[in-house]
Design a binder for this molecule. Structure first.
Ligand code: SAM
Length: 403
């Protein structure tokens, strides 16, 4: 059949986006006579009792019917409907939109800029459920987030929302990782620059007590007071596979680590964490960078005044745009360097900027098939072009990875 390949590619794209947590919505439209009175189908990801499902809303002429299925069954179902009952499918992902259209037996796959870049909401259409449902936990109180009755303190609402959102995102990403085996041992996670450990504790609790997965979590932190406090809270709460070590990220031995996390690790500490993750061949990397100073310094270096003008030169005379551009470039180049190292990346705002301006998250996962050398070469060329346009001689992450 002529459209076998585009359809297969489209379904792989769907499965990959569901796995990576970037799938926002899939719309099937332009019904054929096989669809009877079915007008269209809308599919989106939801969490049902913490399990990721695909929710299918079948829009009939006079009524809507909603049915949920597992991601695998759901993708198979979409495959059966496409080209038979519907001739247009629009897959909305955070990184891009992909359309599959049929004309007779010919299927065409096209890629478009993303129309929905926000992280998908995984809840039903009722007020948002929390992922961290059990707030009667000693560690939450010890960290100053809840009171003795398990109520989230007024002063901790933003922090709690951020932690909850973070666990919601990590939940899907961790579930998508291969199961533990005798060979791999428990899931080993390093949280680089763990600070007071808000996210470290919540993640450990979620994986150990909700996902019931064998896990070892290590928080790496320079401040001895934070390390001592966190180790005491972990001990008091019987979290025996959660430990905090004092030291710098650059000196931490990350070999054998499956997941590397760094949230708001300042400036180039994020690069130290990324380099450790790449060297450990970590299956999952999640960072939310902050204080992107290195690239700003490069952008403002004297040699930049001699650069030939480019489309964005005009903006660079305004300090606020320089700052935003430095942030975008720092993190965009980080994502691109990770792509060059073989990862598939996604960059998105993980909480609203009403709660924190440090809300950009980079997620990197190792694809099942290694990238082709020609694709890596193209990524390297694009990286060089971007850097030269902005007068950036080197990104600190490149130095660390000796690219
Ligand atoms: C802004 S706090 C974030 C803490 C925590 N990750 C969170 O999101 O709640 C950054 C923490 O990283 C630590 N840090 C910064 N650079 C570090 C480095 N190179 N090695 C280890 N810890 C570092 C700081 O001491 C600080 O506690």
């Amino acid at each position: 059949m002529k459209h076998a390949m585009p359809l297969t590619d489209f379904l792989s794209e769907l499965s990959r986006a569901v796995e990576n947590g970037t799938f926002v919505k899939l719309l099937l439209s332009h019904p054929t006579s096989n669809a009877d009175d079915l007008k269209s189908v809308e599919i989106r990801p939801i969490l049902v009792k913490r399990d990721l499902k695909l929710s299918f809303t079948y829009h009939h002429k006079t009524r809507d019917i909603v049915k949920n299925s597992t991601p695998t069954e759901g993708a198979a179902l979409v495959g059966r409907m496409l080209g038979k009952s519907f001739t247009l499918a629009r897959l909305l992902m955070q990184e891009a939109d992909v359309h599959l259209s049929f004309q007779g037996q010919t299927a065409t796959l096209t890629r478009h800029p993303a129309t929905q870049t926000q992280a998908p909401s995984l809840t039903h259409d009722r007020p948002k459920n929390r992922t961290l449902t059990n707030t009667h936990q000693g560690y939450l109180q010890a960290l100053g987030l809840t009171d003795a009755q398990g109520h989230v303190l007024k002063t901790a609402q933003d922090k709690f929302r951020q932690i909850d959102k973070y666990i919601e995102i990590l939940d899907g990403l961790i579930r998508a990782l291969p199961a533990n085996t005798a060979e791999t041992g428990p899931l080993r996670i390093a949280d680089m620059g763990s600070g007071k450990g808000y996210l470290t504790f919540a993640l450990y609790d979620h994986i150990a007590n909700t996902l019931h997965r064998p896990v070892e979590v290590i928080g790496v932190e320079t401040r001895p007071d934070m390390v001592a406090l966190c180790n005491r809270i972990a001990q008091d709460n019987g979290m025996e596979n959660l430990h905090f070590v004092q030291g710098s990220i650059a000196d931490f031995d990350a070999s054998g680590t499956h997941v590397v996390i760094a949230l708001h690790a300042c400036d180039t500490a994020t690069d130290d964490a990324l380099a450790k993750a790449v060297r450990a061949n970590a299956a999952l990397i999640v960072v939310a960078p902050c204080c992107q100073k290195q690239i700003r310094r490069e952008m403002e270096a004297p040699h930049n005044t001699k650069l030939p003008p480019h489309a964005l030169t005009f903006f660079l005379k305004y300090g606020t745009y320089v700052e935003r551009m430095a942030e975008m470039l720092t993190d965009g180049l980080r994502a691109q360097i990770l792509e060059i190292c073989g990862y598939t990346t996604n960059v998105f705002a993980f909480v609203s900027d009403a709660h924190t301006p440090k809300n950009v998250m980079i997620v990197a996962t190792l694809p099942t098939r290694p990238k082709k050398p020609e694709d890596i070469a193209a990524l390297k060329a694009a990286l060089a072009t971007t850097k030269s346009q902005f007068g950036i001689s080197i990104h600190y992450l490149e130095t660390l990875l000796k690219l």
